[in-house]
Design a binder for this molecule. Structure first.
Ligand code: SAH
Ligand code: SF4
Ligand code: F3S
Length: 485
């Protein structure tokens, strides 16, 4: 019953926003009809795929409102920053930009500046903006109400006054708002929002709210529409996709959702992120192995290899159980590539703990490792833990970690030389107009001779050379059948 009520409300909310879109569009049309240049926006996004995808929705709405894309802040009537606060340096970057805007606004006071996203949900940030950047920032909103951009912008345009609108939580999912895509063949689809895991270092549960899943029908409808628009590869997004569906009135597993998405004609590749290792089920592994469109590639964030660090991180798996999952995945899919996230210097991390991380890196053989130095996030349990690791110790361990990760990646790539693979071609190489580039099923970057007519096609190639972070290939003439030759 509850779900139906929410679904109805979502429809109403969408219609409301579409009305604001139409109002702004007609104002912009009139502005142009009077001989003025088309209004432009400039969008800047930081953070994870979730934020990038949110910005696609913001840009989609702006385009519907009649704005064209500007090249930079100085080329825009409306500037929007979608922020991240996962680590301190992400926040510093935004404050740096606001500092610059303070000067710019003196030259161009008519530019409207909006800031939204995760950082805005943090305590104290709005107060800082109101205190120090009052004349710079015209609109502030958070992660729960990005769909309200048209209404908030309309209010700003009508009143000329600053608009601040940050919500603490919101369980509705507003479907079917316009959105822009940067790549015509690849698209992301949200399957869930928020996170309930509360890893001790992480700010996400505080700024993105509780976990809530979209209805499978809504996900499928979006995937079908994307396929009809020519999209071949989709990435299903959630902070922990493995717990998809648990909050729905009729719970379904993530593996079942994957199987349903697999049925959609026209979609050739399915990826997903992120999977918390604690929740990888045998059903998921079997589904990945059995269904050919589900790519042989998995992001499996390790964070740390030591059991005591993992326990204090509240990750709910151990070194042994993690490596067990890796073994199971490789047994089911010998060709699978694994990528990971690792945090160095979590409070209390000892040299011995660090060695456990190195052990796992050596054994798991990642194709990419995203490595981060621990960054204290106010409000998280780790921020007040004893034994914070000094910066110089962190830096030194970080370098040693890269010294193990990078040669491992080169080694892994070597195994692919001589192999035949299918590449979804994305673009002409930036360095050579006669070379195209794309990704193999296992997400490795591949370059080979070819022209722009191959863009968007699934092309069979043979890998001929390992360039450490990417592979060189030769085209094999013949048909591909999905991800196989
Ligand atoms: N939901 C995803 C992670 C999202 S955040 C998951 O569970 O894996 C992306 C990555 O940022 C995390 O995997 C972690 O490695 C890193 N990260 C998160 N909080 C951090 C912090 N306080 N300091 C350093 N790195 C952090
Ligand atoms: Fe953060 Fe953990 Fe949730 Fe990932 S699973 S978003 S690391 S709390
Ligand atoms: Fe993503 Fe950063 Fe928010 S990693 S969820 S944009 S805090």
């Amino acid at each position: 019953m509850e779900e139906i009520r929410l679904a109805e409300l979502s429809g109403e909310e969408r219609l409301r926003q579409m009305e604001y879109i139409a109002k702004i569009r007609s104002e912009n049309d009139a502005w142009e009809a009077a001989g003025n240049p088309k209004k432009k926006y400039f969008s800047f996004v930081m953070g994870c795929q979730m934020n990038t995808h949110d910005s696609e929705k913001l840009v989609g709405m702006l385009k519907e409102m009649g704005y064209a894309e500007g090249d930079s802040e100085t080329d825009a009537d409306f500037i929007i920053y979608n922020t991240c606060c996962i680590r301190e340096n992400a926040e510093q970057k935004i404050y740096g930009k606001l500092g610059w805007l303070k000067h710019y606004k003196k030259i161009n006071p008519n530019a409207i500046v909006a800031i939204c996203g995760c950082m805005m949900q943090q305590e104290g940030v709005l107060q800082t903006i109101r205190r120090e950047y009052r004349r710079v920032v015209d609109m502030v909103f958070g992660t729960f109400n990005i769909y309200k951009l048209p209404e908030l912008l309309y209010r700003r345009l009508e009143t000329g006054k600053p608009v601040y609108d940050i919500w603490q939580d919101y369980e509705e999912v507003v479907e079917d708002l316009p959105r822009a895509r940067t790549n015509p063949f690849k698209a992301s689809v949200n399957i869930m929002y928020g996170c309930n895991n509360f890893c001790a270092y992480c700010i996400v549960p505080y700024v993105r709210g509780r976990e809530r899943s979209r209805e499978a029908e809504a996900v499928l409808a979006e995937v079908k529409q994307l396929a009809a628009d020519g999209v071949k590869e989709i990435t299903l997004l959630g902070q922990n996709v493995n717990s998809y569906g648990q909050t729905l009135e009729h719970p379904i597993s993530f593996a079942k959702l994957l199987q349903m998405v697999h049925e959609v004609e026209g979609i050739e590749r399915i990826r997903f992120t992120t999977s918390n290792p604690k929740d990888i089920s045998d059903e998921l592994i079997a589904t990945m192995a059995e269904y050919p469109k589900i790519c042989n590639n998995l992001h499996l964030p390790l964070q740390a290899g030591s059991d005591s660090v993992l326990q204090r991180m509240n990750r709910k798996y151990t070194k042994e159980s993690y490596l067990e999952q890796v073994k199971k995945l490789r047994a089911a899919m010998p060709d699978i590539t694994l990528t990971t996230d690792i945090i160095i210097g979590f409070p209390g991390e000892t040299e011995e703990d660090f060695q456990d991380t190195i052990d796992v890196v050596k054994e798991a053989k990642y194709s990419i490792g995203y490595t981060f130095m621990y960054s204290k996030r106010t409000g998280t349990p780790a921020a007040t833990m004893d034994n914070q690791v000094p910066d110089e110790v962190m830096r030194e361990r970080f370098e040693r970690l890269l010294g193990v990760l990078n040669p491992g990646i080169a080694e892994l790539h070597k195994d692919f030389v001589g192999r035949e693979m299918v590449v979804l071609v994305e673009e002409i190489s930036k360095n050579d107009p006669n070379v195209v580039t794309g990704r193999a099923e296992n997400n490795l970057a591949v370059y080979f001779e070819g022209s722009s007519d191959l863009i968007g096609k699934m092309v069979p190639v043979k890998i001929v050379y390992n360039k450490t972070f990417y592979l060189l290939a030769e085209r094999i003439l013949g048909e591909s059948h999905g991800n196989s030759i």
